[in-house]
Design a protein around this ligand. Structure first.
Ligand code: HEC
Length: 224
């Protein structure tokens, strides 16, 4: 037993000695070269076998990223009017969607629009921004479609929320904004629907991320 210990000690010393002899300027011996030189092509490598030597390919024309769907209404007055009249919220009006919408609204919108949606957010009270409307402004008579459109493209002093929020999140916020509008106008509260998303609607909503859990996502949200 003891001699085995001695033998291995000698081996370790020799190995350490050999190792320390490598010159500063030369590469040391590679024990497992495939750990340094990958067998497959490097993602951004240049190889003769590819056109332009370029390993990384452009996506096929018309490719859309996962979790993203093209938005058909244009950022023009006509597009806005069209969305206002025709675009509908594909999410059912459930307690869950409303609760999530409220949480997101508080994060993204309340600083300007106020917790009640009356246009009296902190920034307005401190006179940092002007012209924030109340959601019951009769001149605007906002609809599900116009709210979504405003979030997607932004409107004058209001920025776009297309990057910070997913399609589903925007529709959740939309439900909450419409509920604030109802409250401001003194309308009766809308009753909740059962949680059934029709196939057609859910396709429009999130092509590749079906039942994503918002609470989990929230933690990673800040870096997204
Ligand atoms: C930086 C302040 C600010 C924030 C944050 C903000 N808004 Fe606005 N919002 C405005 C201003 C200012 C206007 C008026 C724009 C105009 O008509 O010139 C406006 C207008 C609107 C309108 C009316 C659009 C129309 O068609 O007339 C809606 C709906 C709206 N915002 C919803 C939201 C929602 C939902 C959020 C959160 C995702 C949000 N806003 C975040 C400042 C803000």
């Amino acid at each position: 037993m003891r001699s085995l210990f001695h033998k291995s000690l000698v081996f370790v010393i020799i190995a350490g000695f050999l190792n320390s002899c490598a010159g500063d300027r030369d590469r040391n011996y590679q024990y497992f070269p495939d750990m340094y030189r990958p067998v497959p092509y490097e993602p951004y490598g240049a190889y003769d076998i590819f056109a332009n030597q370029q390993e990384a390919k452009l996506p096929v024309d018309g490719t859309i990223p996962r979790g993203w769907m093209p938005y058909d209404y244009e950022d023009t007055p006509e597009g806005r009017a069209d969305a206002k009249a025709n675009l509908k919220n594909p999410l059912p009006y459930t307690e869950e969607n409303l609760t999530k919408g409220k949480a997101l609204y508080t994060v993204y919108c309340a600083v300007c629009h106020g917790d009640k949606g009356d246009g009296q957010g902190t920034l307005v009270e401190r006179e940092k921004i002007l012209g924030v409307p109340s959601y019951d402004d009769p001149g605007r008579s906002i609809t599900e479609g116009s709210v979504y459109h405003a979030m997607y493209y932004g409107l004058n002093n209001m920025g776009s929320y297309a990057v910070q929020t997913s399609i589903k999140e925007r529709w959740q916020i939309d439900h909450y904004v419409m509920s604030l509008k109802d409250k401001l106008e003194g309308n009766p509260e809308r009753s909740f629907q059962t949680n059934t998303v029709t196939q057609e609607n859910s396709d429009n909503l999130n092509p590749a991320e079906p039942a994503e859990d918002l609470s989990e996502k929230d933690q990673t949200q800040s870096e997204e």
